[in-house]
Design a protein around this ligand. Sequence first.
Ligand code: URA
Length: 223
Amino acid sequence: MMARQARTHAATRPPTGIEPLALDREEVATLADVRRLAVGCQRCGLYKHATQVVTGEGGEHSRLVLVGEQPGDQEDQQGRPFVGPAGRLLDQCLREADLDRDECYVTNAVKHFKFERRGKRRIHERPNAGEVQACRWWLDRELKIIEPQLVVALGATAVQALLGRGISVMKQRGQVLPDPGGLQVLVTVHPSYLLRIPASDAAEHARAAFIEDLRSIHAILGK
Ligand code: URA
């Protein structure tokens, strides 16, 4: 049964010119394995234009995992998640919610930057369902190794990757939902959403609501 499933999976995957099965057979037991093996990932076409793969950052025993969408321009250049504008906002909001980023594992649903070139600029493009699905392989491994108590889905792409289905983030934010493997997933917005709201009372409210979602983590973790 297992062998048949594996063959079907391989047969339906788009041809990439690499040996995905060789990668599938590699033992991925530690986060160091994830970092080492993901460098050669060609599970979808995004590796072709990105500078490098950006895997997660943080401890193997983190109780809390934060999942974003995909690396942005600065993350792609530095090879680290959430180090650009959205990352700086996330850091500020975590601090305001009395959470320590150093105690979290921070990663993305998709590990390569997807963008459209406009002149010299590289404009973020949302990953499609196939890319999210292909990269779920890595997210699965990160989560299996860490076994966190709580996973925070930052925005719709992370929700799709974690729950395997789309839900309304605005309607269900602040809720903890089980993923198919039984992990607890707290749904909230992506910090980039806050950056897009022009300075106003509405922007302040949106930021406060995000911090409130983050603050709820203390009770969930039983801190
Ligand atoms: N947005 C994300 O979702 N992840 C990053 O790492 C940076 C920006």
